[in-house]
Design a protein around this ligand. Structure first.
Ligand code: CUA
Length: 318
């Protein structure tokens, strides 16, 4: 029975998203093995307990009999079976875990640096290409180094069955090989403050190098209209987490019709939203805080063209 459970196919699944990394199958098998082992013993124990409670309940006409207080053979059996099961779980889990943190030696590895901060992800791809999404190529092993700029976050990619904390002041590692092209969600799995639940991103698994290179070119392409550059900045650099574009204030003033607006500041003065103010607020968010909002925004140094793009985008939100 154990052998058949160990070799059981990954549950296609109510619980798990489609498996998209080389290590997924091993993790899913472990999950299935532990889940069904626990289910079996839960049913057995609760079933027997219920049966005995009914069968041996106190009855007026029946005197309690002398019963044995222990049985060495029985106790050895019910200690030995869990011990063996726990050892199998330990050995198999260790094997599966190593697949999540170490790559087979040799071969070309894409090294990606991940930086977490409240409340967004930043992925530095090989060649110095930064993006707020993770881009990888099918079949190419990836080694990720994680860092955090503020508090503990945790990079969680359910489709790859991987999760690793990003801890301030130290570097943590993660390794995987994507096996299925597609786009899969990334979550933060460590509670990190107000916008923890918004700290999401995605991993794009390209079907080949050419597709990946096309994306890189797109990142670099300076022929994109400024307003589109600005929209991309808004969507990808974390602005969207706090600034809406539909007029409703979230954790920060809405961007809708913000250009040229006169904002009241916490110190009682006021300021007109223009290039100088937006630039200053990006570099030093606490300098001129709008009344009624908390200073939660991290400094956001943008490239010059990204900043110009953001101005155009704000102007377009009439
Ligand atoms: Cu970052 Cu939760």
């Amino acid at each position: 029975m154990i052998a058949s459970l160990l070799s059981a196919a990954a549950p296609e699944s109510v619980w798990l998203p489609p498996a998209a990394s080389a290590a997924s199958a091993g993790v899913d098998r472990m999950f299935a093995f532990i889940f069904w082992t626990c289910t079996f013993f839960f049913a057995l124990i609760v079933g027997l307990a219920t049966l005995f409670v009914v069968k041996y309940r106190a009855r007026q006409s029946v005197e309690p009999q002398k019963t044995p207080t222990h049985n060495t053979r029985l106790e050895l059996v019910w200690s030995g079976i869990p011990l063996v099961l726990a050892l199998i779980m330990f050995a198999k889990s260790t094997e599966a875990y190593r697949g999540l943190t170490e790559l087979a030696p040799g071969g070309q590895v894409d090294a990606i640096q991940v930086t977490a901060r409240k409340w967004s992800w930043w992925f530095d791809h090989p060649g110095g290409h930064g993006a707020n999404e993770l881009h990888v190529v099918v079949g190419h092993p990836v080694e990720v180094t994680l860092a955090s700029e503020d508090v503990i976050h945790s990079l969680y990619i359910p489709a790859f069955r991987i999760k690793q904390d990003a801890v301030p002041g130290r570097y943590t590692k993660l390794a995987f090989t994507p096996i299925a092209p597609g786009t899969y969600p990334i979550y933060c799995a460590e509670y990190c403050g107000t916008n923890h639940s918004q700290m999401r991103s995605q991993v794009v698994v390209h079907r080949d190098r050419a597709s990946y290179d096309a994306w890189i070119k797109q990142v670099e392409d300076a022929s994109v209209p400024l307003v589109d550059v600005g929209r991309t900045v808004y969507l990808t650099k974390g602005c969207i987490a706090c600034h809406t574009v539909d007029g409703t204030p979230r954790l920060a003033p809405t961007f809708k019709a913000s250009w040229g607006r006169v904002e009241k500041l916490v110190d009682g003065s006021s300021v007109t939203v223009d290039e100088a103010y937006v630039r200053e607020s990006l570099l030093n968010p606490r300098a001129k805080l709008v009344a009624g909002f908390q200073p939660v925004m991290p400094p956001m140094p943008l490239k010059e063209r990204e900043m110009l793009g953001l101005f155009e985008y704000l102007k377009s939100l009439k």
